[in-house]
Write a protein that binds this ligand. Structure first.
Ligand SMILES: NC(=O)c1ccc[n+]([C@@H]2O[C@H](COP(=O)([O-])OP(=O)(O)OC[C@H]3O[C@@H](n4cnc5c(N)ncnc54)[C@H](OP(=O)(O)O)[C@@H]3O)[C@@H](O)[C@H]2O)c1
Length: 264
């Protein structure tokens, strides 16, 4: 099997990789000899992660401190990567807010669109064009299993994740004949700092480790348009979306989230 470095290139850009699933992607890639570019808003976390990977895996890990909600973020990215052989891009950073849609400030909804939707569009456009011209490359857009149906309390987050999933699947078809692999990744609950936002009651939840989620996704890249992480999640979401009416599935998910976040 061709290794990642030969298949995609020496560097991988991973957004949101100071933490959680993004960090797991960066670490697994570093283990495989790919140099990770750790893009994150968290300056300390990004520098810390890059330093740790340089020391542990002897790769040329780099920190790129950027806020993806700012309009000029793509200019900073293109400047940072212009002399590097970047062949893989993973968009894992996201804004995740919990609460009734109308109770959240509009500014928060706008920031969510910038990071989850606009950044996916821009990253896929810029790197899609580069990779198509080189006839090789990989793009993973991190969606969520919440993309599969309307989800109360995380309604706008789930809507943005549906955008990401559908964009990735369409690009998978369009770009595969140009040698470019695209994957829309739908993690279920995953053990990262983000899962604790809103202080949910996670008892009884099936929670996957972040490195398993990342490893599975890297294995699926180039083989399929999208992936729900974990066999158990694949089974549960298959049943939820095929066995129940859409109305019932939305109610089941809404009831579960109400119990998790509101205790009722
Ligand atoms: N964990 C789960 O259960 C789960 C389930 C389904 C899908 N996902 C998806 O998986 C991806 C990774 O989530 P995670 O759980 O690993 O989250 P995480 O641990 O919070 O990591 C996300 C990283 O992105 C950074 N970030 C946030 N806003 C940013 C911005 N504007 N510009 C640049 N970086 C920014 C965060 O920095 P700060 O911490 O400083 O904000 C954090 O370091 C997300 O797309 C999420 O929607 C996660």
């Amino acid at each position: 099997m061709m290794d990642f470095k030969s298949k995609y290139g020496s560097y991988a850009l991973i957004t949101g990789s100071a933490s959680g699933i993004g960090f797991a992607f960066a670490e697994i890639l570093a283990q495989r000899g790919v140099n990770p570019i750790i893009l994150d808003i968290n300056a300390e976390g990004a520098h810390h992660a890059a330093k740790a990977m340089i020391e542990k895996y002897k790769v040329d890990a780099r920190a790129l401190v950027l806020d993806l909600s700012k309009p000029d973020f793509m200019r900073h990215i293109t400047e940072a990567v212009k002399t590097l052989d970047v062949g893989l891009v993973i968009h894992s950073a996201a804004v995740s807010v919990v609460g009734d849609y109308l109770d959240l400030p509009l500014e928060q909804h706008r920031a969510l669109v910038s990071v989850n939707v606009t950044a996916s569009m821009e990253l896929a456009y810029y790197f899609g064009e580069q990779f198509k011209a080189r006839k090789k490359g990989g793009i993973i857009l991190v969606s969520s299993a919440s993309a599969l149906q309307g989800s109360a309390l995380v309604q706008h987050y789930a809507a943005s994740k549906a955008y990401i999933l559908i964009l990735a699947e369409g690009l998978w078809y369009e770009l595969r004949s140009h040698g470019v692999d695209v994957l829309g990744l739908m993690p279920g609950s995953t053990e990262t700092p983000a899962i604790h936002v809103g202080d949910p009651d996670l008892s009884g939840s099936y929670i996957m480790p972040a490195d398993e989620v990342a490893r599975e996704a890297l294995d699926a890249l180039g083989k399929q348009p999208s992936l729900i992480s974990g066999a158990r999640n694949r089974r549960d979401f298959f049943l939820l979306t095929r066995l129940f009416s859409r109305k019932r599935a939305i109610e089941i998910v809404g009831n579960r989230l109400m119990k998790m976040y509101r205790g009722k």
